[in-house]
Design a protein around this ligand. Structure first.
Ligand code: SF4
Length: 63
């Protein structure tokens, strides 16, 4: 399972980074990067929280 971001929907507000900064990172130019796309037992609950909290519904978890 991997993290997918629809960059066409993302508005770079940083909500996801605030929930799990080791996976999502906004740089100084407000470009979002997925640092670690693999969903692991350790990060799964927080990645799911980012999916729920993203105000643009831009994040999904895919096979
Ligand atoms: S929470 Fe959603 S809209 Fe905000 S930076 Fe993350 S992916 Fe983009």
């Amino acid at each position: 399972m991997r993290v997918h971001v629809d960059f066409g929907l993302c508005e770079s507000n940083g909500v996801c980074m605030g929930i799990i900064g080791e996976v999502f990172h906004l740089d100084d130019d407000d470009m979002l990067t997925v640092l670690q796309p693999d969903v692991t037992p350790e990060n799964e609950s927080r990645v799911q929280e980012a999916v729920r909290q993203c105000p643009r519904q831009a994040i999904s978890i895919r096979e």
